[in-house]
Design a protein around this ligand. Structure first.
Ligand code: ZN
Length: 249
């Protein structure tokens, strides 16, 4: 696929541009040594293509440290890239650890684990993603790309968007019109996905994404008219606490 094409609509913002740039799906830095031919692609304006690059590199660092798995070569490549990053400019920091390493260490902690019935199971180590990483933006960008690759549709800006990491927030209630997850795919061995779209509205969809066989993210695109259905789903789950803030974009 060419790196640039002339004339087209950006798959992220939907704007017509005279030049579009090729965007890797998922981000190239998740598997820096993997051949370009392994990735999926969509075409974006350069603003959208570059907007999340800092967040994507912090996200990659997080995955590299928390999901490193010897059976996944791409995860090891990402970990090596992270190590090179934090070892750079060692002298300038006068022995202080690199800020990207500090950020990940700060996210490490311990948490009491309970069953759904509040029976205490013990204390387990946890790693939480730094709050300055726009995880929702990253998941929505990747899912938009998957959606465009499989449907040739660009999700309109009026559509509602929601995304979360599985386990971090309550799973987004799957909507009955798009719960048929008929597409299953992978990019190399480091990224697997499953998703689908509504038969009567190919612009609405739901996508599960699994990174390095470990971390699962979820993104949902729904037309504005489904708002009421979503709000009903949220209120029926309200005994779980106030989920609304987590589900709203
Ligand atoms: Zn754009």
């Amino acid at each position: 696929m060419p790196k640039k094409i002339k004339g087209g609509y950006c798959y992220l913002c939907g704007t017509y541009r005279n030049t579009l740039t090729r965007d890797h799906i998922p981000p190239k830095n998740l598997a820096p040594r993997t051949s370009d031919a392994t990735f999926l692609y969509a075409y974006a304006c350069s603003t959208c293509n570059n907007k999340l690059s800092h967040d994507e590199s912090k996200f990659r660092d997080f995955l590299a440290v928390t999901c490193s798995d010897e059976s996944i070569p791409e995860a090891n490549d990402a970990f090596e890239a992270f190590k090179r990053n934090i070892q750079r400019n060692d002298l300038g920091r006068a022995g202080m650890p690199h800020k990207d390493l500090v950020r990940i260490l700060q996210g490490m902690g311990k948490k009491d684990i309970y069953t759904p019935n509040q029976i205490y199971l013990g204390t387990a180590p946890t790693i939480s993603m730094a709050p300055d990483i726009d995880v929702k933006g990253i998941l929505l960008k990747i899912a938009s790309g998957l959606h465009t690759v499989h449907t040739n549709e660009i999700i309109p800006s009026s559509y509602r968007r929601a995304a979360c990491l599985y386990g971090q927030a309550p799973p987004y209630p799957p909507m009955d019109r798009v719960d048929d997850l008929h597409v299953l795919g992978n990019v190399g061995s480091f990224f697997h996905y499953r998703g689908g779209w509504a038969p009567d509205d190919p612009k609405a969809g739901i996508w599960y994404m699994m990174f390095y066989n470990t971390l699962i993210g979820l993104a949902v695109f729904a037309p504005p008219s489904l708002q009421e259905i979503q709000e009903r789903s949220v209120s029926s789950a309200s005994d779980e606490g106030n989920n609304e803030g987590k589900l709203e974009v």
